[in-house]
Design a protein around this ligand. Structure first.
Ligand code: NAD
Length: 435
């Protein structure tokens, strides 16, 4: 059993805190957002993350998991302190480190005994040195900084945390790495111990590579579109090659969310700042932007223009099983559609609360059928399970024009044509005539 403090109670921090508590540790979750902490203390959940509520409730009830806004309460006595605050994109591309700097400076004021401070947030290369410097300025308490980037995915955060492909630990001091490794030992995952800068780069390189895979298949999809090949079959057969692997080869409207966009941009920025020429990263970003334009172009072509058209979006979250809309493709698509003069409405099983705040000009509907009502076109944006088995006849009858743009290649082109839709997808033969 270790005494753990997790600073930042968002998708990563709350999952980290709940899972370490579930593994038998005494965990204090700390956040400056008093409303969030109040909600958690009252048994509520500030985010939508399948299964997390149950684990939080179980461990809070067992007295292993507590929530606070007070550094003075959470930091003294903690042996391992995780910094899991947000590192959003700053102006011009670099990661905004102000939350990390604030957390490090405040925790330093309350550090008492020997402690290991763990950089769990995604932070630019060199951040472990920065955090150590900030803490050293404020305290004479002995401490070490370890970099331990997180690889969980929203929507399956609990599973990913408990079953990681690998745990990466970057440390200058082997004993500090061993202290953190001990926390993960019950998971039985491979542990990669390396120096801090390498650990920090592993996170950026991993995210950039996954984004590259998606942009690669999207570029192939564009070529498939023009040549009559089917990108889904291409990707499936490519993925069967063990050297390539099947993940992240789904063509569609591109990557988004709270990590890939900001992390690829931050890596591009770091590369340029160090005199490198990140031409592949730039192409990856550009291809991704093109995919958003592409779906809007498909809708425009199918309708012969978007001015005055009503376009419904199926899905708003950046991916299924989350309510997160940070850098969600839907936001850019809404902007592009409205710029072209379309009226936009949308539905999402989890993100409508976020959407009401972020997209006030979009009419939010309770379900896909209300979204389709008198619509000229639908665009499938997020491949939620709820959208996989729609009553196509009902959907088609509700619409003014039966145009469906499938931004995730979710539906079968022949079934859509048979149901009477003018169906377009990404990189697949779409103009299939009804038999
Ligand atoms: P989040 O925005 O959901 O949560 C961050 C939390 O930190 C917020 O609740 C905020 O109030 C709190 N915070 C900010 N400053 C604070 C301070 N000084 N003291 C205490 N709390 C403070 O962010 P997230 O999605 O959990 O991401 C956290 C980090 O993990 C980021 O660096 C992100 O890149 C990385 N990451 C995220 C994911 C993901 O899927 N979300 C996956 C892997 C890594």
């Amino acid at each position: 059993m270790a005494r753990v403090c997790v600073i930042g109670t968002g998708y990563v921090g709350l999952t980290t805190g709940a899972c370490f508590a579930d593994l038998g540790n005494q965990v204090s979750c700390l956040d400056i957002d008093a409303a969030k902490v109040g909600l958690l203390r009252a048994g509520g959940m500030p985010i939508y993350e399948p299964g997390l509520e149950e684990v939080v409730a179980r461990n809070a009830a067992a007295g292993r998991l507590a929530f606070t806004t007070s550094y003075a309460e959470a930091v003294p006595g903690a042996e391992v302190l995780f910094i899991a605050v947000n590192t959003p994109q700053g102006a011009g591309g670099p990661a905004d480190m102000s939350h990390v700097e604030g957390a490090a400076a405040t925790l330093a004021q309350h550090l008492s005994g020997p402690a290991v401070v763990v950089n769990k947030s995604t932070m630019p290369i060199g951040s472990a040195d920065l955090v150590a410097e900030i803490i050293r300025r404020a305290t004479s308490a002995p401490f070490h900084v370890v970099s331990n980037p997180e690889f969980l995915r929203e929507g399956s955060a609990l599973h990913d945390f408990m079953h990681p492909d690998r745990v990466v630990l970057g440390a200058a001091e082997p004993a500090a790495a061993a202290r953190v490794a001990a926390l993960y030992a019950p998971l039985g995952a491979p542990v990669v111990v390396t120096d801090v800068r390498t650990a920090e780069m592993i996170k950026y390189a991993s995210n950039a590579f996954l984004a590259t895979k998606i942009s690669f298949i999207n570029e192939i999809a564009q070529i498939c579109d023009k040549t009559g090949a089917d990108v889904r079959e291409v990707a499936r057969a490519m993925g069967l090659d063990a050297r390539i692997a099947p993940g992240f080869l789904s063509a569609g409207i591109g990557w988004g969310g709270s990590c890939f966009p900001k992390d690829v941009r931050a890596l591009e920025y770091m590369a340029a700042a160090h005199g490198c020429h990140p031409q592949l990263l730039r192409a990856v970003i550009e291809i991704n932007r093109d995919q958003r334009l592409h779906v809007v172009r498909l809708a425009k072509e199918a309708l012969g223009g978007l001015r005055g058209a009503t376009v419904g979006l199926l899905g708003l979250a950046f991916k299924p099983n989350t309510d997160d809309m940070r850098d969600a493709p839907s936001r850019e698509i809404v902007e592009l559609l409205q710029h072209e003069g379309a009226l936009v409405r949308a539905c999402d099983p989890a993100a409508t609360e976020q959407a009401a705040r972020l997209l006030p000009t979009v009419e939010l509907c309770p379900d896909p059928y209300a979204t389709a009502d008198e619509a000229d076109a639908l665009i499938l944006v997020t491949e939620w399970n709820e959208f996989k088995q729609l009553d196509l006849g009902r959907l088609r009858r509700a619409m003014r024009r039966p145009v469906l743009i499938d931004g995730r290649n979710l539906y079968d082109p022949a079934a859509m044509a048979a149901a009477g839709f003018e169906y377009r997808s990404i990189g697949r033969p779409s103009k299939i005539s009804v038999p």
